[in-house]
Design a protein around this ligand. Sequence first.
Ligand code: NAP
Length: 303
Amino acid sequence: MMRPSTGPDWQNWCGKMDGKTTVTGVFGWPVEHSLSPPMHNAAFATLGLNWVYVPFAVRPEELGAAISGVRALGVRGINVTIPHKGAVIEFLDELDETATALQAANTIDMSGGKLVGYNTDGPGFVASMREIGWGASGRAATIIGAGGASRSIAAAMLQEKVTRLSIINRTVAKAEALAELVSAGAGDVEVLWGGLTGSEAEQHTRDADIIIDCTSVGMYPHEAVAPVVPEEWLHEGQLVCDLTYNPLETTLLRAARERGAEVLDGTGMLVHQGAIAFEQWTGETAPVAAMRRALLAALQGRG
Ligand code: NAP
């Protein structure tokens, strides 16, 4: 099977490390599934930067020690993934506004000698929408799900000035808790919440201009499932997004496309949250196309 080209051969590039190589990486537990190393190393190779991006498997009980290691070793930047995004903040010197509001960080920058936490998930999603010509401002958005990803997306939608935000979730109490959490920064935007079934859920979905599925429904290896909401609720004129990126087309996205809606898969968010972190660390414009090629090649390699 032919694989898409990843541009410059970043694996050989990593073999050229020397005494001046700048180190970045990702903390996760587990971390071996992470697609960030191929994406970032392809970006360094494309720009000819003597940088490297390494996966670090960090046990939850070792997170504080690992962050001390970042300081001691002069690691320039770290991405933080599940399960450390919330726990990491107590070890950092500063947080940006979004990381403060969410009490979660996915990017740490040590370029100024201090450890500063950012959250690039929501901004990454917004950038992926913009890339396909969509903005959230002046539109009604419905988020499906109320977990960690939903939190970032809810904050980003409010920052983008949606007219209304609905959060619907299988466990209704979690939707309510998230709506309460983000309402504090919602200004005069109405934040509604509810369950995944029944006429209210149907109305939240039908009336939305933008629907963002932040659940794991339809994710590999359970891709042969019914869409997270009935397909009859989806229609032309909507943008239907799924944060899941494996498979690229979930049953929800297939149903939405067949019913005439525009669709957006989860690779855009993954690429752009990484691109924003890359730009924060290096000060260079991220080579987004090369990062996307490397990500798609890694996904294809997984089958
Ligand atoms: P999480 O905190 O575990 O939340 C999972 C959500 O999915 C909860 O709202 C849960 O509902 C819901 N859910 C799970 N199984 C369900 C089912 N059978 N029916 C209905 N709802 C169900 O996970 P997360 O970190 O937010 O991640 C969610 C998804 O987003 C994952 O697929 C992840 O890969 C993806 N993601 C993608 C990106 C990206 O860059 N593209 C970034 C982050 C996350 P309950 O509350 O009722 O359990």
